[in-house]
Each structure stands twice: as C-alpha cells, then as structure tokens.
Design a protein around this ligand. Sequence first.
Ligand SMILES: C[S@@+](CC[C@H](N)C(=O)[O-])C[C@H]1O[C@@H](n2cnc3c(N)ncnc32)[C@H](O)[C@@H]1O
Length: 280
Amino acid sequence: MELTQEKVEFFINETKKISEYDFSGYSLKSFTRRLEKILSDNHTDIEELIKKMDKNRKFLETVVKEITVNTTEPFRTPSLWKTLIPIIREKFSKLESINIWHAGCSTGQEVYSMLMLLYEMGMFHKTKLYGSDLNEDVLETARSGKYRIHDFDEYWDNFTQSMSDFPKFNPEEYLDVNKRRGIVKVKSFLVEKPVFVKHNLIKDGNIFGIKFNMIMCRNVLIYFDHDLQDKVFNFFYENLTEDGILVIGKHESILSPIQRKFDRVDSIYLVKNEEDNWIF
Ligand SMILES: C[S@@+](CC[C@H](N)C(=O)[O-])C[C@H]1O[C@@H](n2cnc3c(N)ncnc32)[C@H](O)[C@@H]1O
C-alpha cells in the first residue's frame, strides 16, 4: 500500500493528539516506508491503526517502536572507536570526573561498549554515564544487559578491531556468554553503572541538569529533517562542556552554522575553544 503525504501527515497529527509522540520533524521518506510496512503487517489502514493505538497503549508503543529504527550493535563502526580512543585519552585523562550521555541508545550495546573502553583506560571509576531513548521497551533491554547471543555473534570482530590498542582486552571479562542458553549477559559491575531514562530529543530538553563532556548520538538524527537536526545540534552544543565532544553517526553531518563552533575529525565534533571563534 502506497501512502500519500496527506495520509502520513494525518497519522502524525492524530498520533500527536492521542499521545506525547510528535513525528512532525521526521524525514518523510523513510517514515512513510515504515508506516506502510506497519499497515501491511497489520492488514489495516491509517484510520483503524489510529483507533487501535488510541484504545491500546501497548499497541501504540509497539507502533512507535516499529516506526523508529532500533538497530544497534556493540562497538558499531570500529574505525570510529579507533579514532575516538586517543581523543578520549587526551581530553579526559586529567579530568576528575566525566559525564557522558548516549542519546538514542536503543538497547544499550553502545553504552556497554563505552564502559568496557573506559574500564580498559582506567577511567571507569570517575565516569557517570547516561543512556536515553524515546522507547521504553528498548531501555528495558538496556537496563537488563541481557541479549540473545545472536545479537553479539556477528559482532565479535567489532570488539577485536575497535580495541586493538588494548592487546590484553578480553570481552569475557565483561560478558557472560552462555552458548547453551543462547544468551550474553553483561556482568553486573557494568550493568549497575549507567542510568537509562526515557527521553524525547525533540521536546524534553536537558533533564539531567548537568553539562556533558561527551554526547554520543549516532544514527538517530539521520531520521530527522534538516530543521529538526539543526535544533538538536544546537541543543547538544549548549549542553556540552567548553571542551566537550559530540559524536554522531558515520552517515550524519552538521550542516547548520553551529558547525563553526566545532573542529571535526571523522564524525567526531570537538567544541572549539571560544577564543578560536573570535573574528578580528
Ligand atoms: C538506529 S538506533 C541507534 C542506536 C545507537 N545510537 C547506534 O548507533 O547503534 C536509533 C534510536 O533512536 C531512537 N529515537 C528516535 N527518535 C528519537 C527521539 N525523538 N528521541 C530520542 N530517541 C529517539 C530510537 O528509538 C532508536 O532506538
């Protein structure tokens, strides 16, 4: 079933009326594709879908989860981690405390990857780490730290490649792998560390009341239109420390004027010293 733009906008407006979710700024192309799939899987049309979402909160959450893409993996994009490691070493070694926010963290594999890295770098004890997502369901998995082995099996190479600077690094010091039960469980000293909270990047602002040394928001803004991306990039800039780091996805980039406030390495944006921004 092919949806007209009018129908998609109708869905977005109705969803806004019956819930706290506002997809107005999402990029229409991929949003439409996913909405079409939901309709086809449920053998229904927009009007019926909205009615069911209104009556059944659980169903509404399921639709929201399917509309937002939740795919993630441990140490996703190893080349990024390799570039990030010396930057973290240089910027964070001398700090007494570090605050890191993973916005749009999905099921948490990225958060636990970061914690393993910080542990190897001897910075685990001084770091506070927050993970947030729009979707409560994925956060439940993140909090449990329990995954199907299938979610890790394809990615052991990511560990080796990303952590090649740490020859003694052994994932099994952080993960209990139970092949018989098909489960990978993150060890409790890691699971207890991060705080996972529901947070909507579009409207919730900084609920943490602190500035961050690093914000990682990868493969989230790619689903937003340019205006919304600009808004969120400005918001991130305002909530980074003056020496902060913003990490976005490999296929994402900052196109708005706020990019001038950063130096860029790969998809890592380093807040420029204010003095460098002076124009004489
Ligand atoms: C593709 S996953 C990215 C996960 C992880 N950052 C990574 O790169 O592997 C995108 C996540 O963004 C979340 N998301 C989408 N819109 C959001 C919003 N408005 N606020 C917060 N999270 C959002 C989705 O629920 C999903 O879990």
